[in-house]
Design a protein around this ligand. Structure first.
Ligand SMILES: [Zn+2]
Length: 230
């Protein structure tokens, strides 16, 4: 009987410590100079999701069509391809499971993303994306999607170079494609996925549990109107 009680308390201990380890899981803060060139000094913030895949939900309102959804997915996939599937998403049909909400807006050709995040540990917990689909030009819908997904991944702010997909304005009729600087921004947000050595070097700078002051905050990122290609 005594041994059984001991065994029981051992399990209890394992359960408690296991739970604590999960709650205390630390997220590294990466050195902003680790992946060059980048535009991180120009950003308002660089946030991150705790883990991948992030779950994307397309809101089934009057503006949702399978064609628009497919074009948006193709835009999002630029990030997946360029990061060798390290940054990835899955589309879910159940809104309850969503982390990123996507809506289409037929009155605009631009986009907007609202991010909800914990400022102290710079962790994003929810993103709501609006993709302008005015005129329904496939290339333009993809360009807006590439750009807005960058915001949803944690890039809060814009690049200062028109060659980057995270420049505030895309060019109509020309597919936005990710640059080395766009890639380096997302690599910096998730450095431990890309370069273990650099992540280990940065591990002393971690962001763990939020303090009681670390309340979720919402930021709205409004993107510019497209530029004419002429
Ligand atoms: Zn933007």
């Amino acid at each position: 009987m005594k041994n059984m009680a001991k065994l029981g308390s051992l399990w209890l201990l394992l359960l408690i410590s296991g739970g604590a380890a999960f709650r205390d899981a630390q997220l590294p803060i990466c050195n902003e100079d680790a992946f060059q060139p980048n535009y991180i000094p120009k950003l308002d913030a660089l946030l991150r999701w705790r883990k991948f895949p992030v779950r994307v939900y397309f809101v089934r309102d009057a503006h949702h069509t399978p064609e628009r959804q497919q074009l948006a997915i193709e835009g999002f996939q630029q990030w997946t391809r360029l990061t060798d599937n390290k940054v990835r998403f899955e589309v879910v049909d159940d809104e309850q499971e969503a982390q990123i909400w996507v809506r289409f807006d037929p009155s605009s050709k631009a986009g907007r993303t609202d991010c909800t995040y914990y400022p102290e540990r710079r962790e994003i917990i929810r993103a709501e994306m609006i993709i302008g689909v005015k005129e329904d030009v496939p290339l333009d819908i993809q360009s807006v999607s590439v750009h807005e997904f960058g915001h949803a991944l944690g890039i809060v702010g814009h690049s200062d170079d028109s060659k980057d997909a995270m420049y505030p304005r895309y060019t109509v009729g020309k597919l936005a494609s990710l640059s080395q600087r766009d890639l380096n921004a997302v690599k910096t947000a998730y450095c431990e996925l890309f370069d273990e050595e650099r992540a280990i070097a940065a591990l002393e700078r971690t962001r763990g549990l939020p303090s009681s002051r670390d309340e979720p905050r919402k930021v709205q990122i409004v993107c510019g109107k497209p530029r004419s290609s002429r």
